[in-house]
Ligand binder design. Sequence first.
Ligand code: ADP
Ligand code: ZN
Length: 536
Amino acid sequence: MSPPQHSTVPLDILQEVFGYSAFRGQQAQIVDHVTGGGDALVLMPTGGGKSLCYQIPAIARQRAGHGVTVVVSPLIALMHDQVGALEEAGVEAAFLNSSQTLEDAQRIERDMLAGRLSLLYAAPERLNTPRFLAQLQSLYERGKLGLFAIDEAHCVSQWGHDFRSEYLSLNLLHERFPGIPRIALTATADDITRADIIERLQLEDARVFVASFDRPNIRYLIVEKGDKQRDQLLRFIQDEHESDAGIVYCQSRKRVDETAEWLRGEGINALAYHAGMDSEMRRRHQDRFLREEGIVMVATVAFGMGIDKPDVRFVAHLDLPKNIEGYYQETGRAGRDGEPAQAWMAYGLSDVVNQRRMIDESPSTEEFKQVQRGKLDALLALAEAIDCRRVRLLSYFGEESEPCGNCDNCLNPPATWNATESARMAMSCIYRFKQHGDMQFGAGHLIDVLRGKETDKVRQYGHQKLSTWAIGAALSEQQWRAVLRQLFALGYVATEGEYNTLVLTDTARAVLRGEVELLMRQPSAPAKRARGGKSG
Ligand code: ADP
Ligand code: ZN
């Protein structure tokens, strides 16, 4: 009778070591391919089960005498958790990172060289050190280097949201240790990132496994920002997620602090998390979020990578993320347990203007900015969409699907109106401003002129004499903001300079000539409470 724990059959390992009955999705094919020595690129959403795709081949290959698997991971916290879980399951695993004492690191190196480890986790920078490379070389020469697993492989792409320069040198694994299989894994899968990973890691011959990126249990909701976005958030939490665990993403540290404090004042169990806090406090908040029930973590994007809390019931964005990958990754932290969860985002004109400006003013090459603008446009199109959000989201990842029935647009198809004429009014008004030379006129002033509101600025520039004066009085200020937001989102209008001066883009002409029809979503909450007076 051979002891079952020495089986090299993947399904046996899944059941005996990990205690799961069956593989999920494409796991079985991936595991077979890699265990057999093939290279693989795995694109699978967060929570899809990527870890087993290399952990099982690692165990199988070690048992078959091929030696240790080296897992490259950028996240110390994640290494820690995974090694802990593997050890608990009886797998010899360890990590090498900068948080260790020299003695610990040397002991682990000895274990690795003596063939006592199945998996060794290491930060990417370690793979650039001559010492570590020499150790790998020694294993390689003895046939005891089993597999390289490159986790978070999108970090190699400069177009991604998480570029790490140390990842660039990982292609040397292929050059120095030919014949050792490699598996690269990521949850980011747009075409441009995928192509980049293949090129930079020299994975041209790898088999590519693309899992569905659909997370059917997540309901997507994108609402228009009103004057009181915090109240909108509070209502969403109170009405639909009372005492649920959730994450609220904000763009800046300041906004994180303010929002967390405000939510606490409203009786929500909220904590803050951002890179500006001291590490002790950050760790404490993270621990509480993981261990206690019903904590709402208000955070910058610094929070979340590698955090595996299965019962996060909602992820809210109070500010627009940078692009769809970011949105998808962040919202993907909701509902990992497969139970219903919601992804809620509030989105407004200022988000569009800010994000565009951040790209314009970033110290990058024009090529890079162009890519970022394209990515932002795709996200804006998602936010402005009047059809199924999921269909749009998945199509961004190259997946075709049918309307989902589980997003705001499917559940409550938005009312639309034909805004072609209004768009032309706004654009011809911007055009008239231009004839005033280099003056700075932003969105607020434009709306005043369109609606015929005589402000000091209007009088100062004599704008009440423009032919476009008051031509848009029939629309509310909020409707005009919606029109403008969509003109920004569609790229017909842009801003320039430090005062966000409005300008028409090259594509604007088609609208002015009446060649484009603009169907827009009706503002969700029309006339707001009356200004100055108390609402009934
Ligand atoms: P990812 O790294 O893709 O975000 P993980 O590897 O952390 O996902 O897996 C997500 C969760 O799913 C984990 O709790 C994991 O144990 C579980 N899981 C993965 N594969 C299976 C399976 N075949 N059967 C049951 N649970 C699984
Ligand atoms: Zn839908």
